[in-house]
Every structure is written in C-alpha cells, then in structure tokens.
Design a protein around this ligand. Structure first.
Ligand code: NAD
Length: 260
C-alpha cells in the first residue's frame, strides 16, 4: 500500500505552488498550503483541495519574509500531522530594475522570501525528517538559478543561492534517507504571467501569440510555456521511491532554455 506522507508547500495559494499542492493531494498525501495572508478564501481553498482529492489539506498562514514565521510553519505542520515528510520551498517574488536603481527594500524582500526562507524551513524540517528516517526537500528555483538576465539581480542571486543550498543540504543528508533537489522551471503560464500579457501586447503593439512567442518565450526554444501540472508531476516523481538516489541536483523544466 502506498504510504501517505505529509507535505508542506510554501507560497501555495496560487500558481505553481497551488499546482504542486494539487499534485501531492492527488497522490493522497496530507498537504499544508501556505501564504502570508490569512483570508477566508485561503482556508476555503484548502477545503476545495481536500474535497477534490479526498485527502486532508489545511492552510497555515506564515510570512516567508520572516525567518521565525518560516520556521513556525514547519513546526505547526508537524504538530498538526505528527510529521513533515515533504517540504516544497516554492514561495517567490520578483522585481525588475537596473542594479543602480534597484530599491534596497525590494532586494531585501526577494533575498528573504526567495532564498532565506529556504534556509529557515529546511533547518526546521530536517530534525523532524531525521526522526522519522525519511524526507524529501524540493526547492523551486528557476532557469534563473542557472543563467542570468539583466535587471533581475536579486532574483537571479537568490535563485542561484537556492541551487547552492540544495547541494549543501543533499551532502549533509546523504546518508539519511532524505533527498534535496531543485526544480528549475522556464516560463510557466501562471495567473501572474498571464496578467503580464495585455500590458506587453500594448507596449510592443503585438497580438497575444506574437507576445508569447517573440517576447516571453524568446529564450524558451520549445516556444511553449511549462505548465503547473508538469512542475507538480516533477515534484511527485522526486518524492517517489524511484527518485531515491536523485539528490543534490537540478531538474530543468524549461523547454530547452538552459541548452542554449
Ligand atoms: P505566484 O505569484 O502565482 O505565486 C507565488 C506564491 O508565493 C503565492 O502563493 C504567494 O501568496 C506566495 N508568497 C509571496 N510572498 C510570500 C510571503 N512573503 N510569504 C508566503 N508566501 C508568499 O508565482 P508563481 O509563478 O507560481 O511562482 C512560484 C515560484 O516559482 C516562485 O518561487 C517563482 O520564482 C518560481 N518560478 C516561476 C516561474 C514562472 O514562469 N511562473 C518560472 C520559474 C520559477
């Protein structure tokens, strides 16, 4: 019989995180979804996931820009379910500006949410995983964890940092049945990305298809967005027994971006 695990997915009330939560819930696992807000809709969303997949999903608010809250998310999940087996570090934000003009508070927030939270949640989760002798940590980095683009200094730095941290955690847990890997998506069609299309159409005077092909997917050779279902499926694979010897590495889901 398949084992029911308990998974915590940071930043999971929309986009990729929500897709990952659905994918893990579909496997029957308990899932903790998270964001910094604490709205009725967030708790209702957890109820919808449970109703759809017949698993147990709960919502725990925690602000990933704050180290103590990131740690408390894992602690509260472990109190609620008795264990945390799977940790998916997904919460992330972006800001685009030339480095001389990059606002210091935007730099600090991106480093805190996209990178430092991974340190805090991992530090809180590892003792619980070691106690139960099993664990899977999946960090959602980016093609920008392996390559750079101008005007994204904080994002590129944080995502490269996450790839480095992934390797260190893998080495420190190599003899435990715990793995740590990073997924590096290219452009994924999330509501956040969808919302940028109309403005870009106006800015360049292009139709939707041309904006997607020539602007957004300029560096994605497949000329297709990756999907939240593909990222969710990759997380499920990394959490399966077949992936037991995959640790300390990156899996690109980027339509060939990093092959260029
Ligand atoms: P999104 O904006 O839809 O989701 C971001 C999630 O993070 C939301 O659930 C939001 O509530 C949460 N979040 C933001 N700040 C938070 C905070 N302080 N505390 C807790 N939660 C917080 O974006 P997305 O596109 O789904 O991105 C998810 C992850 O995937 C990010 O790490 C992003 O860098 C990465 N990524 C996205 C793409 C893409 O093309 N969409 C590509 C590569 C990597």
């Amino acid at each position: 019989m398949k084992k029911i695990r308990t998974a915590v997915v940071t930043g999971s009330n929309s986009g990729i995180g929500l897709g990952i939560a659905h994918a893990l819930a579909a496997e029957g696992h308990n899932v903790v979804i998270n964001s910094y807000s604490d709205r009725d809709e967030d708790h209702a969303l957890a109820g919808e996931i449970s109703a759809k997949h017949g698993n147990r999903t709960i919502y725990i608010p925690a602000d990933m820009s704050k180290g103590d809250e990131a740690r408390a998310l894992v602690t509260r999940a472990a109190e609620e379910f008795g264990r945390v087996d799977i940790l998916v570090n997904n919460a992330g934000i972006q800001h685009v500006a030339a480095i001389e003009e990059f606002p210091v508070d935007a730099w600090d927030r991106i480093i805190a949410i996209n990178m430092n939270s991974v340190f805090h949640t991992t530090a809180a989760a590892l003792p619980v995983m070691r106690e139960h002798k099993w664990g899977r940590i999946v960090n959602i980095s980016s093609a920008h964890g392996l390559t750079a683009s101008p005007f994204k200094s904080a994002y590129v730095s944080a995502k490269h940092g996450v790839v480095g941290m992934t390797k260190v955690v893998a080495l420190e847990t190599a003899e435990a049945p715990i793995t740590c890997n990073a997924i590096c998506p290219g452009y994924v069609l999330t509501p956040l990305v969808e919302a940028q299309i109309p403005d870009t159409m106006e800015k360049y005077g292009m139709d939707r298809d041309t904006v997607i092909r020539e602007v957004m997917l300029e560096r994605q050779p497949s000329k297709q967005f990756a999907t939240v279902e593909q990222i969710g499926g990759t997380v499920v694979f990394l959490c399966s027994d077949r992936a037991e010897q995959i640790t300390g590495t990156t899996i690109s889901v980027d339509g060939g971006w990093t092959a260029l």
